[in-house]
Design a binder for this molecule. Structure first.
Ligand code: F0G
Length: 402
């Protein structure tokens, strides 16, 4: 395995563990390039099933169980909290609200810190340990910060998180503090916090934002686990919320590999849903544009995806195009309503996650997907990630009723 510039016209190759954040030639995003198929899909499917009976911490992790598809590390370097292993939960009220008959949620909020970020962080932090990093840092709308803080604590590294001041759910801030991270508040949006962090290159800091290709590798295993759960038969549609677009980028990479190496015959159509106030990717899709125009002042109640300049849009776009998917946006009211329905289905999630259900309903209402389509929606964060949102929504409801 090695690192490769994502831009196909450049495709510069680097050593797998080169401490580069971007392509040294063109500045493009980097990705981990898997070597050719050194393995047989049917043998690996069997091996990965077998590992569910094992007590090896790597086999218990729903990420490292699939380690043949990941960079190789000595077992003692792996930083794991037993992430992954999240269930598929069937939607009932949610399915009828959206107007589909076959809806399942893959709830990534049921991870150690309550969010999908753990799936990438376990690999990113392991890489940090492998190269001897001492300080790890990220900019975040809250969840990456909580996850980095936990895994840094486990690894014995200093964790530093850059947050947009006053715009992060207190539950997430509390987690970062609880896990002992250094918190730096930056005036402005997530994009400003990320720019502030990126100026710190050369200060011996290892960056763990989703431009880090090792995080993408870990997040990619979400689709390995999902397809494993579905006995390697893809649903018709996969719906995922989009912020910085790292997760959809990771899923796109997973489908590419799973198809190339013969694990699946067909990938699901990937639908990326953004919030209307933070929708540069949905705009790009609607306009058929070739370049992303950032949203200067992103605004949405779903603070996790309040991002105007998503870094991984090119990778995500490749995944959407390769799977004949699409990108759309939904309003804050639609997100709030969808979130309440997910709660009333006994599942619960944070606001950003509910964008998936809102997007699904919107696509059904305009007949862009059939009623009997088999749909998997990704829920990215736990309901307890933003309790203030829930309390306020209920206070508003009560005030309305009186
Ligand atoms: N859902 C939740 C709950 C998130 O926290 C995020 C991103 C997303 C969706 C969007 O994922 O960026 O990969 O498209 N949260 C980041 C953070 C930005 O800092 O925690 P994406």
């Amino acid at each position: 395995m090695q690192l490769r510039c994502f831009d196909p016209t450049c495709a510069t190759k680097l050593d797998l563990h080169a401490p580069a954040l971007a392509c040294p030639i063109c500045g493009g995003l980097l990705e981990v390039d898997m070597d050719g198929p050194a393995f047989d899909a049917s043998v690996l499917k069997e091996l990965w099933s077998e590992r569910r009976r094992s007590r090896d911490p790597r086999d218990i992790s729903g990420v490292w169980r699939y380690r043949e598809a990941l960079p190789d590390y000595p077992a003692n370097e792996i930083v794991t909290l037993g992430e992954g292993n999240t269930p598929l939960v069937r939607g009932h009220k949610t399915a009828s609200w959206a107007g589909v008959s076959d809806l399942q949620f893959k709830h990534l909020g049921w991870n150690p810190t309550g969010c999908f970020k753990d799936l990438g962080m376990t690999v990113g932090m392991t890489e940090a340990v492998h190269i001897g990093a001492k300080v790890v840092a990220c900019a975040s709308t809250g969840n990456t910060a909580a996850s980095l803080a936990a895994y840094a604590a486990r690894a014995g590294l200093i964790g530093r998180v850059y947050l947009p001041a006053g715009q992060v759910s207190l539950n997430k801030l509390a987690q970062a503090l609880d896990f002992g991270a250094e918190v730096v508040e930056v005036e402005g949006s997530f994009d400003d916090a990320l720019n502030t962090l990126l100026e710190k290159t050369g200060e011996g800091i290892y960056f763990l934002n989703s431009i880090n290709p090792f995080r993408i590798e870990g997040q990619k295993t979400t689709m390995y686990e999902l397809l494993d759960q579905l006995n390697w038969k893809s649903p018709d549609y996969l719906v995922v919320p989009g912020g910085n677009l790292g997760n959809s980028a990771a899923f796109g990479k997973a489908f590419d590999e799973l198809l190339r190496y013969g694990f699946i015959a067909k990938a699901p159509r990937m639908i990326v849903v953004q919030a209307a106030g933070a929708n540069p990717f949905a705009q790009l899709w609607r306009d058929g544009a070739d370049e992303l125009s950032p949203v200067e002042e992103p605004e949405t109640i779903a603070t996790a995806i309040r991002i105007g300049n998503p870094r991984s849009w090119k990778k995500s776009l490749r995944g959407v195009r390769n799977t004949a998917g699409q990108v759309l946006d939904v309003t804050d009211d639609e997100i709030a309503e969808a979130k309440a329905v997910i709660g009333h289905d006994g599942i619960g999630c944070e606001p950003a996650s509910a964008a998936t259900l809102a997007g699904l309903r919107k696509l059904r209402a305009s007949n862009q997907i059939p009623e009997d389509a088999r749909v998997v929606a990704i829920l990215t964060g736990h309901a307890l990630k933003d309790t203030n949102f829930i309390i306020q929504a209920h206070q508003r409801e009560e005030a309305h009723a009186h």
